[in-house]
Design a protein around this ligand. Structure first.
Ligand code: F0G
Length: 346
């Protein structure tokens, strides 16, 4: 059941809203005991990479696109570090509207670029970073009366709250810590609003502490200073001037949480651990969560036995180049059993 069907009663839709559905949402919440035991916590991972276009963006995109259709939009436009463009392009193809995506040239993972192109979006590579592309997209949307489907679109964040609702339904309560990567800062804000909804509906009593991790080279919220030239291997969160920064700061301070930073090396180390000890392949930005938890554990700042949810925002298959740079090569043999047995006894 897609998000609009599962949560229609809680979302701002009416009988005039088209029924858009790629069966997004309802993603697995998986307990990762091998990694959790090492950290001394009860660790859960929300596998947002299992959404139809492989990232959490689909949760919000489905409502943004349904509303754009309801309002008679001529086309969709967005700027993106990759996943928003893949998601917008998928929904645009599904409902049959044109889609224009602006990407920072040369800084988008290969899988995401392939997605935007194969779904049939018009892809525009901007000689500049994401923040600059976003400004351009905003201005174009205004001038041409296109629907802007970045998270400045209120429907994106409203519908992304469903991630928190699902977690609360699965666990029967809110986690103690909610750990999430932060780029443009919409998702952390949406999750916080979602947890507060669930408490207001009296379906849970407590709220989690919201912990947001940024890459060291793109950490405006964690450091309090702007990053005019953000740089990180986690290209999804290579953002220097987050649009929802104020909302995110509010989520962190209201919840008693914090922002932290992780280095590219720590992100890559966490990616290998998640795959090798969790059986979950997540893209680098998503792995900032586990990298951050490991850092907190090393600093003795991770409460023993806490119920922790990490949001693995995107699928590892989107960025195979980065993963391959971290691992060995296959063992090569001829076609004889002797060689195979030798290889197996290594
Ligand atoms: N993780 C992934 C995999 C992302 O693609 C993004 C953002 C984030 C985390 C951060 O979420 O922006 O709500 O704080 N990607 C956007 C994009 C910017 O264009 O795909 P946020």
């Amino acid at each position: 059941m897609g998000v609009l069907k599962r949560y229609g009663a809680q979302l701002p839709i009416s009988n005039k809203t088209p029924d858009v559905n790629l069966e997004e949402g309802s993603t697995p919440l998986v307990r990762l005991d091998r990694i959790g035991n090492d950290l001394g916590v009860e660790l859960w991972a929300k596998l947002e990479g299992c959404n139809p276009s492989g990232s959490f963006k689909d949760r919000g995109m489905v409502l943004a696109v349904a509303k754009a259709l309801e309002d008679g939009a001529r086309a969709l436009v967005c700027a993106s570090t990759g996943n928003t463009s893949a998601s917008a392009a998928a929904y645009a193809a599904h409902v049959g509207v044109p889609c224009y995506v602006l990407l920072p040239s040369g800084k988008v993972a290969m899988g995401k670029l392939a997605q935007a192109l194969i779904y049939g979006a018009k892809v525009i590579a901007v000689d500049g970073n994401f923040d600059q592309a976003l400004e351009l997209a905003r201005e174009a949307a205004e001038r041409l009366d296109f629907a802007m489907v970045n998270s400045v679109n209120q429907y994106r964040l409203i519908s992304q709250k469903t991630g928190a609702w699902e977690i609360c339904e699965s666990l029967g309560r809110a986690p103690d810590l909610h750990v999430i990567p932060v780029g443009n800062a919409g998702n952390i804000s949406a999750y916080w609003a979602g947890y507060k909804d669930f408490r207001a509906w009296r379906k849970i009593s407590g709220l989690p502490r919201m912990i947001g991790f940024q890459a060291e080279g793109a950490a405006p919220l964690a450091t309090g200073r702007p990053f005019p030239n953000p740089e990180t291997i986690a290209t999804a969160i290579r953002i220097g001037n987050p649009v929802s920064g104020e909302l995110a700061k509010n989520a962190v301070s209201e919840s008693g949480g914090e922002f932290g930073t992780v280095s590219d090396d720590e992100i890559l180390e966490a990616q290998v651990i998640l795959a090798g000890k969790g059986g979950v392949f997540a893209e680098p930005a998503s792995c900032a969560t586990l990298a951050g938890l490991i850092k907190l554990k090393r600093a003795n700042r991770l409460p023993d036995g806490a119920k922790v949810v990490i949001v693995l925002t995107g699928n590892g298959l989107k960025d195979p180049d980065t993963a391959l740079s971290q691992v060995g090569k296959p063992v090569r043999i001829g076609s004889s059993i002797g060689e195979l047995l030798e290889a197996l006894s290594l």
